[in-house]
Design a binder for this molecule. Structure first.
Ligand code: ZN
Length: 273
C-alpha cells in the first residue's frame, strides 16, 4: 500500500477519457461498495458473454438452414427455366410439324395437277412450284431437326435438376426438422438470459452501465479486465505505477488508459470473506 491511501479513499478524482465523462467517479465508493460494483459488472459480463455465444450459435444454426434453402431455390429456378425453355421448344416443334405436313400435302396436290397439265407453260409453272415447296419443306425439316437435337441434352438436364432439387428439398426438410427443437431451446435460453441480464443491469449505476456496454461491444466482449502484476490483462499494457496503486487501493472505478477497459484488482490476501 502506498502512502496516499487515506487521503485518496475519501477524495475523488476527475473523470474523463475517450469514452466520455462518467458520473460514477464523482461519488467516491468505499472499498466494499466498489468490490460489489465490480462483482456485479463481472456477473453482467459473464451473462453477456454467454448471451453472445448463444446468439452466435443461433445464427449459425439458422444460417445453415438458410443456406440450404437458398441452394434449393437456386436449383429450382434453373429447373424452372429449363422446363419453360423446353415447353417453348415443344410448341415451336408442333408448329413446324404442322407446316411441314401442310407443305407435303401441297406437293401431293401439285403433283396430281402435273398429270392434268394442258400445256408446257402450265407444266413448268407447276414443276417450279413443287421445287419451291420442296425447298421450304427442307428448311422446315432442318429447323425441326435442330430443335430436336437441342431438346435431347435439355431433357437430360431437366431429369438431373429434378433429382437435385428433390434431394435439396429433402435435405432442407430434414435440417429444419432436426434444428427445430434446437432453435426453440436456443430461443428460450436467449430470452431467459436477456431477462437475467436486464435484472443484473438494473442494479448497476446507469452511466457505468452505458460505459460498460460501449466497451463490451468495442472490445470484443471483454469490458472488465484484471489488473495484475502492474499490467492490464485486457490489452497487456503496462499500467502507470500510480494508477496501479490506485486500482490496488480500490478507491474508485479505474479504466485502462490504453484499451479503456474497466480494471479491477484481486491481490493476494485482499479477498473479503
Ligand atoms: Zn488495457
Amino acid at each position: 500500500m502506498g502512502p496516499f491511501v487515506q487521503c485518496h479513499l475519501s477524495g475523488s478524482r476527475p473523470a474523463s477519457s475517450d469514452f466520455g465523462p462518467i458520473a460514477v467517479l464523482t461519488e467516491p465508493l468505499v472499498e466494499d461498495e466498489l468490490r460489489e460494483e465490480i462483482a456485479r459488472l463481472m456477473s453482467l459480463q459473464a451473462i453477456d458473454r454467454e448471451l453472445r455465444e448463444l446468439e452466435q450459435v443461433f445464427s449459425s444454426v439458422a444460417g445453415r438452414v438458410e443456406q440450404l434453402r437458398l441452394d434449393a431455390q437456386k436449383q429450382q429456378a434453373e429447373l424452372d427455366r429449363l422446363i419453360a425453355e423446353e415447353q417453348q421448344s415443344a410448341l415451336t416443334r408442333r408448329q413446324l410439324e404442322k407446316e411441314l405436313a401442310e407443305g407435303e400435302a401441297r406437293i401431293r396436290n401439285k403433283r396430281m395437277r402435273l398429270n392434268q397439265a394442258r400445256n408446257d407453260k402450265e407444266l413448268q409453272a407447276l414443276a417450279h412450284e413443287v421445287d419451291a415447296q420442296k425447298e421450304t419443306n427442307q428448311r422446315l425439316e432442318a429447323d425441326l431437326l435442330s430443335l430436336m437435337e437441342a431438346s435431347e441434352p435439355r431433357a437430360a438436364r431437366i431429369t438431373e435438376f429434378t433429382s437435385v432439387v428433390e434431394r435439396l428439398l429433402a435435405e432442407l426438410t430434414a435440417a429444419e426438422k432436426e434444428i427445430a427443437a434446437q432453435v426453440e431451446d436456443l430461443k428460450i435460453s436467449i430470452a431467459k438470459q436477456r431477462l437475467e441480464r436486464d435484472l443484473m443491469a438494473g442494479n448497476l449505476e446507469r452511466s457505468l452501465l452505458q460505459r460498460y456496454e460501449m466497451i463490451f461491444s468495442r472490445r470484443n466482449g471483454l469490458a472488465v479486465a484484471e489488473a495484475r502484476g502492474g499490467t492490464c490483462q485486457g490489452c497487456r499494457m503496462r499500467l502507470p505505477p500510480q494508477l496501479y496503486n490506485q486500482i490496488q487501493r480500490h478507491d474508485s472505478i479505474h479504466f485502462c488508459p490504453n484499451c479503456q477497459r474497466i480494471l479491477y484488482h484481486e491481490g493476494e490476501g485482499e479477498r473479503h470473506g
